[in-house]
Design a protein around this ligand. Structure first.
Ligand SMILES: [Zn+2]
Length: 218
């Protein structure tokens, strides 16, 4: 295995399999996943001045300002477990944050999972959930009986967040933000565009082959 650092950023639209790929990669290389949402909530529970400020933003539902987000990321990246590598999730969201991040650390790999809007809508339309917390996908993880939960026998339904109008809106916002971000990272040698249509295993292999070029031959 190469001794190179593995500071990794993933981005991709909803339903692109980003979370699954992040999980697999983190497991393979023992990397901490630094998820922005969790990190903010975690920090807000501390008893520092920073936490107090942060808490008031989170409580009001307002967007946490960049300088605060950055301070928290910087603090997290300084921890011992992320010295040799980490996977960033949900940050940076836009060009301003990306530029600020560069001042703190240098990313080794940037992976963009590419999936067309049409494909995203198709994938999300097949998602089902149950009140008990079980999740299904009609194509990738179907229930044994149509529309019925395997675990508790109740009827499955589509989450409000998965309604086509909501997804379309989210995609629109994502595409807007990602344009400048993509242009920024495309100029760097460590940017990889990955087709998100193949199977989970195939995509994982592809990503690993970029990190460990030698491993793909064996
Ligand atoms: Zn259920």
């Amino acid at each position: 295995m190469s001794k190179k650092n593995k500071k990794i950023l993933f981005f991709g639209p909803v339903a692109s399999g980003k979370d699954t790929q992040t999980f697999l990669l983190a497991k393979k290389y023992c990397l901490p996943v630094i998820a922005m949402g969790n990190l903010l909530r975690e920090q807000a529970e501390q008893k520092t001045q920073l936490a107090k400020k942060l808490f008031s933003y989170l409580k009001s539902g307002n967007l946490v300002p960049d300088y605060l987000v950055l301070k928290i990321v910087q603090k997290r990246l300084a921890k011992k477990d992320s010295k040799a590598g980490f996977i960033l999730d949900g940050f940076p969201r836009d060009l301003v944050q990306a530029r600020s991040l560069e001042k703190i650390t240098k990313l080794d790999y940037v992976f963009e999972l590419k999936l067309s809007n049409q494909e995203v809508l198709k994938r999300v339309a097949d998602r089902r959930i149950c009140h008990c917390g079980a999740t299904y996908h009609l194509k990738f993880k179907p229930p044994q009986r149509k529309d019925i939960c395997d675990k508790c026998g109740k009827r499955l339904f589509i989450r409000d967040d998965d309604q086509p109008a909501v997804i379309k809106k989210r995609l629109q916002i994502y595409q807007q933000n990602i344009k400048a971000l993509r242009r920024f990272y495309q100029k760097q040698k460590n940017y990889y565009l990955i087709d998100a249509r193949p199977s989970i295993e195939e995509i994982h292999k592809k990503i690993v082959s970029k990190i460990d070029p030698e491993s793909s031959s064996g």
